[in-house]
Design a protein around this ligand. Structure first.
Ligand code: GH3
Ligand code: MG
Ligand code: MG
Ligand code: MG
Length: 303
């Protein structure tokens, strides 16, 4: 058992049951190993998961109001909760109920009365899978050099925000930025210095991207993109100006450049339903604005 505890990852586990005694039993079995949260109804469980998704859910099937099967089905339909593994806590030896649990999207079940050892092992197994797959997913969506989002994550985010803005008729802005004369920087100072510059620029731009839903991504090479949900033209321009300032404040020497230091050019586009009929249109407009910034002297923001 000691070995089990060493291997066990600590995760956020939500225990959902309408009966206090059941919660108490599970609490005693798992509380030393995990961070436990409790919900006493299906409705409460859903609300909890939407606000702060746990890493695993232990879900009672039979509850007054919304039952566990319905809770699970709804969690599986939501993007933000679909990947949370659900272990059902089922009635003793009830095959129909077990089948319903699989169909609702559960990854496993534990029959009542709960066996401590079985519960702890099943929780450990599914938590390990979940935390590993979160890590892999995070890595698959991250740019290896700078640590910001990669192109794949950017494409996903832009498309999701595009759909959301269409549904809600809300604001959406996009910034594209490109480091000025970066080929000359590499030629003058070497590729290693170029890589280091990219990292510093990413960090500086990130300091200007402050709202929780905003996303900075490396679009490719020395080009970055920022998705700004619920942000209009003026707000986006301010973010771009702040990012441009942050890059200048780095004061990275760049002798071959007219500006003597590393700078970037920015293109800003904001959603205009009369003008844009897809996320691609918005991207193209930001790109056009970026070219305008390049053409008119670089080291500036064009809208
Ligand atoms: P402009 O001001 O018009 O943007 O000129 P530029 O030289 O920045 O643009 P260009 O597209 O000609 O060159 C981009 C350079 O960025 C060339 C490429 O070697 C460099 N680059 C792209 N990705 C990386 C990278 O990961 N590391 C380093 N060190 N350099 C990179
Ligand atoms: Mg119950
Ligand atoms: Mg470029
Ligand atoms: Mg460039």
């Amino acid at each position: 058992m000691e070995q089990l505890e060493q291997r066990q990852p600590r995760g956020k586990v939500l225990v959902v049951d309408d009966q206090a005694i059941n919660i108490r039993v599970i609490h005693q079995l798992l509380n030393d190993e995990h961070q436990l949260f409790v919900a006493t109804s299906g409705e409460q469980a859903l609300e909890f998961c939407l606000n702060s998704p746990p890493d695993l859910i232990l879900l009672d099937v039979v509850m007054p109001g919304m039952d566990g099967l319905e809770v699970c089905r709804r969690l599986k339909q939501e993007e933000s909760t679909a990947r949370i593994p659900v272990i059902f806590v089922t009635g003793h030896d009830d095959k129909d109920e077990e089948e319903a649990c699989w169909l609702a999207g559960g990854v496993d079940f534990v029959p009542k009365p709960v066996s401590g050892m079985t519960l702890r092992h099943r929780v450990m197994t599914h938590l390990t899978f979940k935390l590993q797959s979160d890590l892999l997913r995070e890595m698959a969506l991250m740019d290896g050099l700078t640590g910001v989002a990669n192109r794949r994550r950017f494409d996903e985010a832009l498309n999701a925000e595009w759909r959301r803005s269409q549904r809600s008729k809300g604001l959406l802005s996009l910034i594209m930025l490109d480091i000025d004369h970066f080929k000359a920087f590499n030629d003058e100072y070497g590729h290693q210095a170029g890589d280091d510059c990219l990292k510093q620029v990413a960090k500086a731009v990130l300091s200007a991207v402050r709202r929780p839903g905003d996303l900075l991504a490396r679009y490719g090479g020395e080009e970055f993109a920022i998705v700004l949900p619920d942000t209009g033209k003026q707000g986006a321009k301010e973010v771009a100006e702040a990012a441009a300032d942050a890059i200048r404040e780095l004061q990275i020497r760049h002798q071959p450049s007219d500006h003597d230091q590393v700078t970037a050019s920015f293109g800003v586009a904001s959603l205009d339903l009369a003008r844009h009929s897809s996320a691609k249109d918005l991207l193209e407009q930001a790109d056009e604005a970026l070219y305008e910034a390049k053409d008119s002297g670089r080291n500036k923001v064009c809208v």
